[in-house]
Design a protein around this ligand. Structure first.
Ligand SMILES: Cc1ncc(COP(=O)(O)O)c(C=O)c1O
Length: 447
């Protein structure tokens, strides 16, 4: 940064962060004029790149018209229009609850599930089931749901939510040689039924899962049929099914909702990141009609924050969604996403430490391993993910590496989530710069 002592409580108080001063399409520019190609939208946020002119104009317009109106007193057009837009595109959903980010969305979903059960006379349903190798946010309830050991560790003693975790659906590591992907998907889903029976079906409130697992396991799509089976099990036992699409939703995988590709609609979808595309902080819980009707019968959802349904955030998100639709960006993500995958696969085909390349659309993960044959991970202490981040940044590339990929402790991956507006040249540049950062990092730890 500079020699001046910062008073910002940064994420890492020892880090020397560059000072970002401008955004321009797929690029972030720092105070020294250095340009960074934003290949991960930070953490899968900036789906329209930076400073998209239409979204900037919509925010300006809304700021001049109505900057805030408290939701205990008013509704307003941006929230109404955005809720219409989102529910019209999700079969069987009738309401959207707007918050300011992904953690808040999952907190609201935990509470809504609880209240729905209580209103229906099933107040014994208090227990949530989620999955290992998942992340649902950093507030205490959302953190308790998550199955990311490193993020939980410090706070474990104060995570009060009754929750248990089943295995993820992670074919690269857990599919047996003798079984098909579909068989594996059924076996992975069966662990939910086993857990519901262990806890007691009348005690289970909700099941939470990321449709495509994001930062914890490095972009892991479900096996075919997995979520259909999960839907069947949730229906059988009256468990509310919540899909966390905070990272994977809003077009990132090539369809507005990632679960569309799995042929399944849950009871709630939580979303954030791509919803406001970084132009405003916004998240939402999309609520299926039967749940909404339960609350409609009593009127009040016992929850709320000052900034829920913020007009400028809703106006920005609505404009983001219109740009995606009018510029046919989902089609672009679907077709160019496949080409991007091919390019990655070709570049890393001979790479001895690239174990798996996976994902959907513009949501891609590369899992790095010590040994491709055995899939053994690099030990956490080698710090491979952190090295890749450092070398990529030095080379003007923002990507999102993570560790604990294999089992919550060891293993590394890189998450890529390019902006939907990236050009073919920029996509090529991402592959080249990433390959250079990976090569350099591996040379340090596995010469
Ligand atoms: C799948 C998922 N859920 C929830 C969250 C939390 O969102 P936020 O950081 O906006 O609170 C994240 C953030 O990375 C996420 O990836």
């Amino acid at each position: 940064m500079s020699n001046r002592k910062s008073h910002v409580f940064h994420r890492d108080l020892k880090a020397d962060y560059p000072v970002a001063v401008a955004g321009e399409g797929a690029w972030i520019i720092d105070r020294d004029g250095k340009r960074y190609l934003d290949a991960s939208g930070g953490a899968a946020v900036s789906c329209l790149g930076h400073c998209h002119p239409r979204v900037v104009a919509a925010i300006r317009e809304q700021a001049g018209r109505l900057e805030f109106a408290h939701t205990a007193f008013f509704t307003h057009e941006p929230a109404e229009a955005l809720a219409d837009w989102l529910t019209e595109r999700a079969a069987g959903f009738s309401r959207a609850y707007f918050v300011s980010g992904g953690s808040e969305a999952n907190e609201a979903a935990i509470k809504l599930a609880r209240q729905v059960h209580v209103e229906r006379g099933e107040s014994g349903r208090v227990h949530a089931i989620a999955r290992h190798q998942s992340y649902h946010g950093n507030t205490l309830g959302a953190l308790a749901l998550g199955g990311n050991p490193a993020r939980r560790a410090l706070y474990e003693p104060i995570l009060g939510l009754p929750v248990s975790h089943i295995e993820p659906c992670y074919a690269y590591r857990h599919q047996r040689e003798s079984e098909s992907l579909e068989d594996y998907g059924r076996r992975a889903a069966q662990t939910l039924e086993d857990e519901i029976l262990r806890v007691g079906p009348d005690r289970v409130s909700a099941f939470f899962a990321e449709t495509v697992v994001g930062a914890t396991a490095g972009v892991v799509p479900p096996a075919p049929g997995y979520f259909r089976e999960i839907r069947r099990i949730c229906d059988q036992y009256g468990v509310i099914m919540v899909l966390d699409e905070v990272m994977s939703g809003m077009g990132r995988t090539g369809t507005l909702y990632a679960c569309e590709q799995d042929g399944v609609w849950p009871d709630m979808i939580t979303m954030a990141k791509g919803l406001g595309a970084g132009h405003q902080p916004i998240g939402a819980v999309l609520v299926a009609a039967p749940l909404a009707e339960t609350i409609e019968a009593v009127g009040v959802f016992h929850h709320g924050h000052t900034y829920i349904g913020h007009p400028m955030a809703c106006a920005a998100a609505l404009e983001v969604q219109k740009v995606i639709a009018e510029d046919s960006l989902l089609e672009r993500v679907r077709t160019a996403g496949e080409a991007f995958h091919e390019r990655l696969a070709a570049r890393f085909a001979q790479a001895p430490h690239v174990g798996d390349i996976r994902g959907r659309g513009y949501f891609r993960g590369i899992e790095l391993v010590a040994d491709r044959e055995t899939k053994s991970p690099f030990p956490r202490q080698r710090g491979l993910a952190a090295r890749i981040k450092t070398h990529a940044m030095a080379n003007g590339l923002v990507c999102y590496p993570g560790n604990g990929t294999a089992d919550g402790v060891d293993g590394d991956h890189v998450l890529l989530a390019p902006p939907f507006i990236a050009t073919d040249d920029e996509l090529d540049m991402i592959v080249d710069r990433l390959a250079a950062a990976i090569d350099k990092s591996l040379a340090e730890i596995a010469p």
